[in-house]
Design a protein around this ligand. Structure first.
Ligand code: IYR
Length: 226
């Protein structure tokens, strides 16, 4: 650590706070997970910027225990698709997903086919660093790794949305094949795979509703009525 430095973010007028809060909520509420992508190219710098934004996330002991692997090479995308589809076929048709899980997925219309893994200009795979390795090869502990990487991935999703692109939080299961295929070291585990691009002209999304605020929030102690 390098000591402390003053931090004085601008204090906004309350009406401006409301305006920004509402605008940000509206923007994020318009985000959807997408499974139909265009093959239109996306500048690499935009992907870099989204990852830089993700990497601003808070993390346990500021260890930033994540690695984002960027894939634009068609042959690697093809190999990822092949391996992901083999696993998912086993899930959907080989009996690996129990009936209740299949039932929960039915409204989303998902199946083992993942053609978008080849269509998209970019795939980004977030890896969690279960432990760190210093330049001398010594292991050190990381803390709250899943919370940290989850936060970074949330910011990645928001960054992609903010620039007018779309993504999907894809977790082909099991996804150990990604460690090998992308030649990641032993301390890393795949966390989420993000196809990133523009939505395809054929893009549809399930007609989902988000839970109303009162279903996801309680006040404690409860406020008196009236
Ligand atoms: N990984 C599978 C199944 C799947 C699981 C959940 I939970 C989802 O919200 C969506 C899909 C797949 O990608 O199809």
């Amino acid at each position: 650590m390098s000591g402390f430095t003053p931090y004085r973010p601008e204090r906004l007028p309350v009406d401006e706070m409301h305006r920004r809060a509402e605008a940000f909520h509206q923007s994020m509420d318009s985000r959807r997970s997408v499974r139909y992508f265009s093959d239109d190219p996306v500048p690499r710098e935009l992907i870099d910027r989204a990852i830089a934004t993700a990497s601003t996330a808070p993390s346990g002991a500021h260890r930033q225990p994540w690695t984002f692997v960027v894939i634009g090479d068609p042959e690697t995308k093809r190999r990822i698709r092949e391996a992901a589809e083999a696993e998912e076929r086993e899930n959907y048709e080989g009996g690996r997903l129990p009936p209740d899980w299949l039932e929960a997925l039915a409204p989303l219309g998902t199946d083992w086919h993942k053609p978008y893994l080849e269509t998209v200009p970019w795939i980004v795979v977030a890896f969690e660093q279960r432990y760190g390795v210093d330049p001398d090869g010594n292991r050190f502990k990381n803390y709250y790794v899943k919370e940290s990487v989850g936060l970074a991935c949330g910011l990645f999703v928001a960054a992609v949305h903010q620039m007018g692109l779309v993504t999907l939080t894809h977790t082909p299961s099991p996804m150990a094949f990604l460690t090998k295929l992308l030649e990641r070291p032993d301390n890393e585990r795949p966390f989420i795979l993000f196809p990133v691009g523009y939505p395809g002209d054929d893009c549809v999304v399930p007609d989902l509703q988000r839970k109303p605020l009162d279903d996801v929030m309680v006040t404690f102690p409860p406020e008196e009525d009236g």
